[in-house]
Structures are given as structure tokens and as C-alpha cells.
Design a protein around this ligand. Structure first.
Ligand SMILES: [Zn+2]
Ligand SMILES: [Zn+2]
Length: 738
């Protein structure tokens, strides 16, 4: 370009994994309307064109102007990031040391990232022109009766849509003819904006709060719509949702929007129903089950302000909401709020950041708060509210341990458990059996030489899927046919080893032939709509025995389940991951919470080989809160989070020496106030054919941790192993196992 062409430059965030912005010149021809920060532009990048976001505008640049390329075009629609949202995204990028271009990309609906512009127009309606030519109307009356009828209809029903006209029997040709004669014209149908004030609440469906609940609602109201973080630590059935609903009332009544984040599979039709029945307001959903078009629509409704409530999973935190007045995070402890690849953000933590930025209240709720949130509450950083009583007459279910070493076992079920299942189904009640291992068997082995069929790319046993007649690796997804012979000794005595949900389902059918058993796991619900269908069948009592993985522990409400059995929890007691016990306890309490609602007492039976384990004993005898406080003291003594802060560098390559050397090179520098642990091989050292190494950076000061990461990233371009590995940095990692 030449200087005379333009004197406006833009710095653009581009969806590439590079930690920098790119400068482009804006040709005069594109400056007919004012450039705004946050708008989308098409720019050349290498051999292709990409959509980028304008992050700043300047009249000069230090770069040699002959090297600067020009913006190709500006995306002419109204859907740009506004300043507060852009500022929020920048903070997310800074916090996670992640390229801003990729952060912007992930925050945009897929259809707005593409060069081809989606149809984002508002529903169009039709009205008569201001001063229609009467002579033309007279002409129609004589020569084109259909067109005349159409004109009359539009005249008497202004703002009628094409869809409505079509159902009344008119054709597009007739409509176009009227438009060409300038008798009718299009009009964008007015979006409904912030008009729910008058009648947002359905008083009829409002429940009377218990004293406990009322105290929480009023404490939230007293924070006066300013930033404040509230942790509601309430046992299952204590009515957290009712507290959310009543806390939202005032916000909606003042024409503000509410964002509700739920775990990935926690959004049930029951949850949605409660919001819909309580408020006469537009509610939009945002979750992975929607198609691109539906997601774009939610985004647009939110941005236009026609959505009063947005309910969604973690990425809904990036929804543009101009009038956001409150954020609610249900089941805040849930691991699905953390994204585990590329941009590794935590939806809950970013929600707190956004609430602080907008100076609005945020509510975190859980029956089993994460130790991070609990510590913040106990130390007074968050407002801490406990709900200790179950609503209605239901009683808390009791957890009992069954020592599997002392019992006769059949198909992984102890005789005590079998007889309890029998009694429960005979009473006409339901049983939930929980086994966190899908597939038929976690391995197959040779009965003669004990060879195990391993995935060569991960060095881990293949899981047997009998229904599909396949061996599948749950780590890399690879599949192969079931071998007839042992690879090692040639024997044909190959048998499944251990038990997964698929096998247990068969065994239960054999043991309880008079009752129906339904399996709910990722395999049985992979088809769209299947989960909802199976859950409905459970509610309709078509099945007496429910069997599933942790999918069943989340949010679903099974009023007739009075017995919950957990078959396999011992792994978590001895894990190297310091969070494993916390996660096990959360799972146990959540699963226990599925039982004994609706005034029927529930019972929880846990099979373990280690009934004397102190953590288990503490949890069973003293409850989650006690367990959590004990676990917090342990963490404090070991300087583990939340008493220190961590970042995890992961590196992988085809040879083990590369990631090791790459991470070692990072360790060669000094980082003030930080301890480095590693490099060490990851718990799963090989996955999908790659060797994987970890380096943990830990500090008691968050600031020093961030400074260290910043310096580490500066060194990486000169790291001689840089090009030989794939690496990532994970700030506040929650899963060290992979
Ligand atoms: Zn063999
Ligand atoms: Zn594999």
C-alpha cells in the first residue's frame, strides 16, 4: 500500500495460535461509515482470508508501511463485540495466557466466524407504503384480484409476516409484484426489548420460603445489585433453585438480564420448566445440543436484549448481554465448567470476573462446594450461606459402607446389596446403581498367559464393547475387532476382565428377570434425544432398576428412587491426584442426593474394600462439610490449592525425550516465588501415540505465578525443542491425570 491510500490502521485479533495482534491498513473506500472497535473484518492471512476482530484503531504505525496488508472488507452487520465484552475477553486471555485471537474466536458463534455471512436478519414483516398510488390500486382491483386481496389483507394487518401470508394461500410472486409497484414494503419486526417489567413474575407458582431460604434471599438483596459473590452451600433438596428464582425477581423486574450457568448435562427439562413457569419472560438456551443456527439465534436474542434469561453451559459466559444484572452458577463444583482443551478456561471463575467487571451479584450454588469456593467463603471473601434442611418432609438418606472383602460377591454385587435391591423393587420403588465404567469390560485377557489387549497408541487396555462387537480405547478413541486368539501365546481362551455398565446390565437382567433395567451412559444416550427419552421412561416408572455412570449423578430428579448403590469407588482413595478424594466425595454425596426425595426415606450403599479409610469414614459419619474442612487442612499443610496457585505446562511428541527436554529448558531460568515440579511423565504417559510430560509451576502468590508464566512464554520461541513438541499451558488445572 502507499501512504496516500490510507492513514487508518487497525490492530486485529485473528484466530491463529499466535500470541500477537496483526496490523492492517484500512483503504479509504471502506471508511464510508465509522470504524468501531469490536467489529469484524475480513483480512488476508498467508494464502487465505480470515475473519478477525478489530481491537484498536490508530492513525499511525511503527511498522514499515510497505509491509502492511490491507483489510479486504468490513462485515456489515450489527453484531460486533461491545467494549465491556471485549474488555472481559481480554482479561480472560490475560488470565489464561491464551492468544486473544483464539479467545475472541471461541466467544463468537460458529456462523459469525465464517467468511460467508449467515442470514441474521430479524423476521421481516410487511406493511402498506406510506402513500400508495391510488391509480395502481384501482388497476389491481380490475386486473389482479389476488394481488388486490393481498394488498387489502396487509392494509388491515400491518406487520404480518411472509410465513403468515403463505399459510393464507398467497404466493411470493404476488407479494413481489406488490413490492415492485411500491404498494407494500418490508419492515423489520420490532424486537421485544426489555419489556417484561410489568408482568415478569407468575405469583401463582411461587413457593413459600423456609426461614433459612428467606435469610439467603434477603442477604442477596441487601447487596443492592452491586458486585458480591454468594456461595449457597445447600444439601440436595434444600431448595437452592427456589432461592435463585426469588433472588432473580428483583433483577428481572428492573429490566435486567440473568445468566444461569449449569453443568454440561445438568440442564434438564425439569429445570427449564421451573424457570418458564415462574417468569413470563423470554428464556434462551445455550448448550452443546443446539445446532449452529440455534446457537447464533440465542446469541442474537441475548445481544438485542430480547432474552431476559439465558441458561447455558460454560461457554454461555461469553454471551453478549448488555443489561446483565446477575449471574447464577448451579452445581459450581462441577468439573464440566472447566474447558479441558485449547482455551482452558473455567466458566465459574470467569463468571466471577465478569460479575466483578460489571459490578453485579453472582450466586454459586452446590450441595458439595469445591474446596476453592468453600475456602473463599470460610475466609470471608464470599458471602457464605448454608441450607441445612430439606424442603418438605423428606429425610436425608443414610450412607452405609459394605465391606466387599467380607461378602459373597456375584457379578460385582454383594449378597447384602442384592437382597436390598430385591426388597426395594418389591415395594414398587426404584433402585439406582452407579458404576463409573462404561462398556462391557474394562479389558480382555488371556486365561493362560494373562496377556491383555492393549491400545498400542496409549499402552492402556482396550475396553470391550460387546454390543458393538468391538474393542475401543477410551483414551484415544481407536477401535479394533475382538481377537479370537491371544497375541502372545495363541490360546483361544480370551475372556473379559472386570465389569462395565454394559455387562452389569446383562447380569442384572439375569438376577432380576421380573423387573426392567435401563442403562444410562454415554454409549446408550449417544443419539440426540435419547437421554431425555430414557429419563422420561424412568419418571413414568417403566423401569425399576436404573444403571449408569456419573451422568446419573447430575441434576436429575428421581422421586421414586429409594436405594442408591455405588459399586466402585476405591480408585479415588489412592489416586496421585490430590483432587481425587474431593471429586469422589462430591460424586458420592450427589448420587446420595438422588435418593429419598419426596418424603420416602432413601438409603445409600457403598461397596468398598477399604471401609476403614479415614476420608470415607469422615464423609459417612460427619458429612461433606466436615470432610471438606478436614481436606482443606490437609491442603493447607501441603501448600496445595486453594492455599497456593498452580499452572501446568503439558508437552507431547512422538519421542519421549522431546517433551522432557522442552520442559527442562523452561526450568533453566529463575522464577521468583515459584516452585517447579517436573518435568515428569504424565500419569498417562502415552496417549494416541504421543509421549506426554508435565511441568507444574506453583506459587503462594498468584501475581508471581502469572509473572513466571509470562516469562516462560517469552523464552519459548528460543527453546530449541519448541518446534518438535506440542505444548500448552493450563492455569488453575483441575485434572492432573492427563
Ligand atoms: Zn496368552
Ligand atoms: Zn488409545
Amino acid at each position: 500500500m502507499t501512504q496516500s491510500e490510507s492513514s487508518i490502521f487497525v490492530q486485529v485479533a485473528i484466530p491463529v495460535p499466535l500470541r500477537q495482534l496483526f496490523t492492517y491498513a484500512v483503504p479509504q473506500a471502506l471508511l464510508s461509515s465509522e470504524l468501531t472497535i469490536g467489529e469484524r473484518v475480513t483480512v488476508p492471512f498467508g494464502p487465505r482470508q480470515v475473519i478477525g476482530i478489530v481491537l484498536s484503531i490508530s492513525e499511525s504505525t511503527d511498522l514499515p508501511t510497505n509491509k502492511i496488508k490491507s483489510v479486504v472488507s468490513r462485515v456489515k452487520d450489527n453484531f460486533h463485540f461491545d467494549a465491556p465484552l471485549l474488555q472481559f475477553l481480554q482479561r480472560c486471555a490475560d488470565y489464561y495466557h491464551h492468544p486473544m485471537g483464539d479467545v475472541c474466536q471461541q466467544a463468537l458463534p460458529v456462523l459469525l466466524r465464517q467468511l460467508k455471512q449467515p442470514d441474521v436478519s430479524l423476521p421481516v414483516s410487511w406493511v402498506c407504503s406510506n402513500q400508495p398510488d391510488t391509480a395502481k390500486i384501482e388497476a389491481l382491483k380490475k386486473k389482479a384480484s389476488k394481488q388486490f386481496a393481498l394488498f387489502e389483507l396487509i392494509a388491515s394487518h400491518p406487520s404480518i409476516t411472509w410465513a403468515e401470508l403463505r399459510t393464507l394461500g398467497f404466493t411470493k410472486t404476488q407479494l413481489n409484484a406488490l413490492e415492485n409497484k411500491e404498494l407494500v414494503e418490508k419492515k423489520e419486526r420490532e424486537p421485544v426489548i426489555f419489556k417484561w417489567r410489568e408482568s415478569s413474575l407468575n405469583e401463582n407458582n411461587k413457593l413459600k420460603l423456609s426461614v433459612e431460604q428467606a435469610v439467603v434471599v434477603s442477604a442477596i438483596e441487601q447487596t443492592n445489585k452491586r458486585f458480591s459473590c454468594h456461595l449457597i452451600d445447600g444439601i440436595t433438596g434444600s431448595g437452592k433453585t427456589e432461592v435463585y428464582l426469588q433472588a432473580m425477581e428483583e433483577i428481572l423486574a428492573s429490566n435486567k438480564q440473568v445468566l444461569v450457568l449449569v453443568p454440561e448435562i445438568g440442564l434438564t427439562p425439569q429445570t427449564l420448566n421451573r424457570f418458564e413457569q415462574r417468569f413470563n419472560v423470554p428464556i434462551c438456551l445455550h448448550h452443546s445440543g443446539l445446532n449452529n443456527n440455534e446457537r447464533l439465534q440465542t446469541w442474537l436474542e441475548a445481544q438485542r436484549g430480547s432474552a431476559a434469561i439465558v441458561i447455558g453451559t460454560r461457554s454461555a459466559i461469553f454471551t453478549p448481554l448488555h443489561q446483565l444484572g446477575m449471574i447464577i452458577i448451579d452445581e459450581e463444583h462441577d468439573g464440566s465448567f472447566k474447558q479441558q482443551d485449547s482455551f482452558r478456561y473455567h466458566g465459574r471463575d470467569m463468571a466471577i470476573l465478569r460479575a466483578r467487571q460489571l459490578d453485579i451479584p453472582i450466586i454459586l450454588g452446590s450441595a458439595t462446594p469445591s474446596l476453592e469456593s468453600l475456602q473463599n467463603a470460610l475466609s470471608g471473601k464470599y458471602h457464605y450461606h448454608q441450607l441445612l434442611n430439606r424442603a418438605g418432609q423428606s429425610t436425608t438418606s443414610k450412607i452405609e459402607l459394605i465391606n466387599v472383602a467380607q461378602h459373597q460377591m456375584e457379578f460385582g454385587l454383594s449378597d447384602t446389596l442384592k437382597s436390598e435391591i430385591n426388597k426395594t423393587v418389591k415395594r414398587g420403588e426404584q433402585v439406582l446403581i452407579f458404576l463409573n465404567r462404561r462398556g462391557f469390560a474394562p479389558a480382555i485377557n488371556c486365561q493362560e498367559c494373562h496377556w491383555i489387549a492393549d491400545c498400542q497408541r496409549c499402552n492402556k487396555p482396550y475396553t470391550l464393547h460387546q454390543n458393538k462387537q468391538l474393542l475401543m480405547c477410551h483414551h484415544c478413541g481407536s477401535q479394533k475387532r475382538i481377537p479370537h486368539q491371544c497375541d502372545s501365546c495363541g490360546s483361544i481362551r480370551i475372556k473379559p476382565l472386570g465389569q462395565g455398565t454394559e455387562q452389569l446390565e446383562q447380569r442384572i437382567d439375569e438376577l432380576f428377570p421380573d423387573y426392567s433395567c435401563v442403562r444410562i451412559d454415554r454409549d446408550s444416550t449417544s443419539r440426540k434425544g435419547e437421554l431425555a427419552k430414557l429419563l422420561q421412561e424412568v419418571t413414568d416408572k417403566k423401569h425399576q432398576i436404573l444403571l449408569g455412570t456419573q451422568m446419573l449423578a447430575k441434576g436429575h430428579h428421581f422421586p421414586d428412587v429409594t436405594l442408591v448403590a455405588m459399586l466402585d469407588i476405591d480408585g479415588a482413595l489412592f489416586s496421585f491426584d490430590f483432587r481425587a478424594a474431593e471429586h469422589m466425595a462430591q460424586l458420592l454425596v450427589q448420587v446420595a442426593g438422588r435418593a429419598g426425595r419426596e418424603s420416602k426415606p432413601g438409603k445409600v450403599l457403598v461397596q468398598t474394600s477399604y471401609p476403614e479409610h479415614p476420608l470415607l469414614q469422615d464423609l459417612v459419619n460427619n458429612g461433606y462439610k466436615h470432610f471438606a474442612e478436614y481436606a482443606l487442612t490437609e491442603r493447607q499443610q501441603a501448600y496445595l490449592p486453594p492455599f497456593s496457585f498452580q499452572a501446568l505446562f503439558r508437552a507431547e511428541a512422538n519421542y519421549p525425550s522431546y517433551p522432557d527436554k522442552f520442559l527442562r529448558e523452561i526450568c533453566n531460568h529463575q522464577y521468583e516465588g515459584c516452585e517447579l515440579a517436573g518435568p515428569i511423565p504424565a500419569a498417562m504417559e502415552k496417549r494416541g501415540g504421543k509421549y506426554r510430560f508435565h511441568l507444574i509451576v506453583q506459587s503462594k502468590s498468584r501475581k508471581q505465578l502469572h509473572q513466571a508464566i509470562h516469562r516462560m512464554l517469552l523464552h519459548i520461541p528460543t527453546n530449541e525443542w519448541n518446534t518438535k513438541v506440542r505444548w500448552s499451558v493450563d492455569v488453575d488445572p483441575i485434572d492432573l491425570s492427563w
